[in-house]
Structures are given as C-alpha cells and as structure tokens.
Design a protein around this ligand. Sequence first.
Ligand code: 4UW
Length: 531
Amino acid sequence: MSFRSPYPDVDIPEQSLYDYLFGGIAEADLGRTALIDGPTGAETSYGELIEQIDAVAGALAARGLAVGDVVGLLSPNSPAFAAVFHGILRAGGTATTINALYTGPEIAKQLADADARFLITVSPLLDHAKEAAAQAGLDDEHLIVLDGPGRAAGGHPSLADLLTQHAPAPEVSFDAATHLAALPYSSGTTGRAKGVMLTHRNLVANVAQTAELTNTTRDDTVLAVLPFFHIYGMTVLLNSALRSRAKLVTMPRFDLVQFLTLIQQHRCTFVYIAPPVAVALAKHPIVDQYDLSSVHTILSGAAPLDEQLGKAVAARIGCKVRQGYGMSEMSPVSHVIPHDGDAMALDSVGVTVPNMECKLVDPDTGDEVAVPAAGVSEPGELWCKGPNVMVGYLNNAEATEATLDADGFLHTGDIATVSADGVVTIVDRLKELIKYKGYQVPPAELEAVLLTHPQIADAAVIGVIDPAAGEEVPKAYVVRQPQSALTEQDVIDFVAAKVAPHKKVRQVAFIEAIPKSSAGKILRKDLRAAN
Ligand code: 4UW
C-alpha cells in the first residue's frame, strides 16, 4: 500500500531552471540584494546576478561550450558560485559540482567520468585543480580561475575575463524534461561515487514541491553555510532561496565564530544545517555571546537529527527546528517537517512532499509494509517515485537498474516507518553508505585505497557510532599480510594521505578474515553486529 503527501499536487512548469527562477522576475526585485559574500560583505543584487549569469553563459559559449557539454565546478560557497552555476546551465551545459575538499586524483576521477570540457575553480584550490585538469586532459584554456589575475596577466581565464567579454547569452533550446542540468556525484546504495543525472525538470520540480512546505520567503535572510556543490545546498539555497527572492549570506566553510557573527550581523532568519552544527548550537558556551534572536527556523538534514538535540537547539536559540530528508538521487527533498508541523516529532523527517508516491518494502521478503489505520507501521525500505527522481546514473545501467525499478520507484536504501497520518521516520540504513558530518563516505572507495597497501591482505569499511562524538565515523577492518607489523595509526595515516579529510578512516581493527558471502560479497551486517 503506497502513501502520498497530505498536501495537494503542485504545478511543475515545463521550463529551464533559469526561466523558472529568473524568467518572471518583477522589475522591482532587480534591485533587491540576492547574495552577500560573508567574509567581505560585498553585495550582489538580483539584477546584477542575472547579468552575470548571462555574461558567464555567453563567455562559455564563445569559448566553445556546446549544449550538453559538462563543466566541472570546484569552489567553496561564494556569490560567484551562484553566477557560474546558473551560467553553465543557461548556456545549455551541465554542471558537475565537485567537493572543494577533494584531492587532485579525486577531482580528476569525477572530471574524467563526467567527461567534463571545462573546470572552473578558485585560486586556493588551483594546485589540486591543475593536477586534476592535467590528468583529465584539460588544457590551460579550459581551466578557469574565478578570482585569478586573468588571461591578460598570463594566468588562466578569470571571472573578470568572462564578465568583460560581453558575449551575449546564447539562444539555446532543449527539452527541460530530459536535458541534464546537474551531475552531482553520489555512491547511492553501493559502490563508488556515480554521476546522478538530474534534469532541469527534476530541479524545477523540487523547488516547486517544497515551496509551500518549508521554503523561505522574500523576507528571509538565509545563511548559506551548507556547500552549494552538495545537492542540499544546491536546491535549498541556490535554487529555492533565490526563487523566493530571499537574501543569501554565503560562507566558504563552516567556522562557528564566523557562523554566529554573520547571523548576528545580517540578522539571518533561516538557517539550513547538518546535525554536527546542531551539536555546536546546543552545547558550545560561545553561542550565548551572540544575538541570534533574528532566527525563526533552523532546518537540519543530510544525517539523522537526535530529538533531544533538536529540542535543545530550539530552546536555546528560541526558534523552530525542523528536519528534512533527501538524497542526491531525488534532487534531493522527499520528506520534510513543514512550517506548521510543531506536533511532529523532531526525530521524524515529516511528511512526503507533493507529487510523490512512497511505499515501504520489507527488504527480506520483498513484501510491501502495510500503512496502519492508527499508530506506526513496521519498518521497511523506503521507495519513492516522483518528478524529482533522477533519470539514472551516468553511463551505469547496472547501478541504475539496481536503484530505479521498472515502475519508477527509487529504492533509497534507508529503512523507515510511517504513521497513520503520513509522518515518516528514518530508523536505519540498509545501504553501505557512511555519512560523516553529513558528507558521503563510500566504503568501496576506502576499501580500494586500503587494498593498495602492500601489507594489507584484505579490508572492509563500515560506519560505526563514535560514543564520544555521538556521530557516525568510518571504521576499517583490516587483514594484515603475514609478518606485517602495521599499526592502526599507520592505516589511518595511509588513507588520510590519499582522500579528502571527511573520508578519513577514524577507527581501525585488525581481524583474521573479512566475513564474506559465498559470492564474495562483504557481509557488512556481521561486522556491524560485532560492534
Ligand atoms: N535522517 C537520516 C535524515 C537524512 C538522512 C539524509 O548526500 P546525499 O545523497 O543527500 C543528502 C540530502 C539531504 C537533504 C537535502 C535537502 C533537505 O532539505 C534536507 O533536509 C533539510 C536534507 O544528504 O545522502 C543521502 C542519504 O543521507 C541520509 C540517508 O541515508 C540518505 O539516503 N540522510 N537526510 N534527515 N538520514
């Protein structure tokens, strides 16, 4: 028995994301502030943002970007990110957004897999970007450094070069229902990171689906600390907040003092976070030194929020705390506690968004779990269908088929319950994915790194809860080669040198053999049970 949103379906216009967000902008809104660069205070109005988007689109097209070409975007949050992201889409390109903490080889892998034609970055990341561009076969003309000195000064093309080129935005036409807008990477339920194919329609739909439930209004000032490269920041900040004509204050990375200072200084009203920020807000003594009275809502997502923690934040800041749930493969929001959801438990993820159909399926039997007439259902894997669900993984029919079934349901790999009134609670994770501070850590990737060590015979990685921090961390089970004197710290250091900081192995255990099925699959359940 499937269940749907308690809210009526909404209209999803057949438009490009640019047309949907900016096409109908009121003349009076062009002068409103769209973005404030947190560190410098520099402001960009909606009118200026649109001009920049058009100029970036024109300059990229003049440099040879064709409809359907992929562009890598590797940058921390800034107003320029917004102009470039939407400029790529405006030119008919597809943005593959890359984690700014990635190592050179990690960036190169994504660029090569996505077949990116350009890489756009910032000068602090230039070393990694150059290494990656060289590995992916991109020459200097195709590496753009937003804040760089520019072509005239002998550097790479810069944002100033693009903006002063004054090339008109190209006339492009594509089908919003099928044309790819964004290609974020996610490991999904198993294996390594894969390109998640999201169309213009997917991204337009998710803004429309969430608009009435939780989104910001034109009176909001939104702190944009969640990274724009991740689907959560991309949809709720770059798309939803801009569509509602709110004001975004960008932060390049999380820093508690800067976070609190910017809220106080700009009187931020709406703050999207992941659970580790909630821990700081509930517990850190410094929070009391700031005036956070402007905040009316804090929305947490990307990993489970503890109910007591959420309540502590609400009491301390004096605001509403809400939780949402999503997945890159759903553009991402499928569930959220709405504005008026005060009665919903904070450890629930609220109700299904409009235009989506969901069901719970027993992973052992394949039977659908009944939605109860009263009380709460049995747990089951959450399956979701709707206009925000990806079209598939790039060049990976096998992974697509394993995740998206013939009826169009996406198998999330999360275990949930649903109450009689449609409130969903995520209770467990079936898939192998680990979340560290809301970031994805694909175990398969770390296992491949571990196996390159000459003293490691076999390895498996799972997520465990670190009792001190109360959060999930990656733990490696390692089988040493005979006579190896490898220590736990050696293993941690070896992986740390090869991956982005959030993917570090944080615990190690040496064992005799990795438990495996007769088909050779790692029995992660057995490892989890041993913890
Ligand atoms: N509780 C438990 C949660 C939760 C969760 C996610 O990196 P991805 O692909 O995507 C995300 C997206 C999160 C998100 C987006 C928009 C939004 O409004 C919101 O809430 C405010 C959250 O994280 O990882 C997807 C996986 O992350 C886990 C879950 O396993 C999911 O499949 N996850 N949110 N609230 N688990």
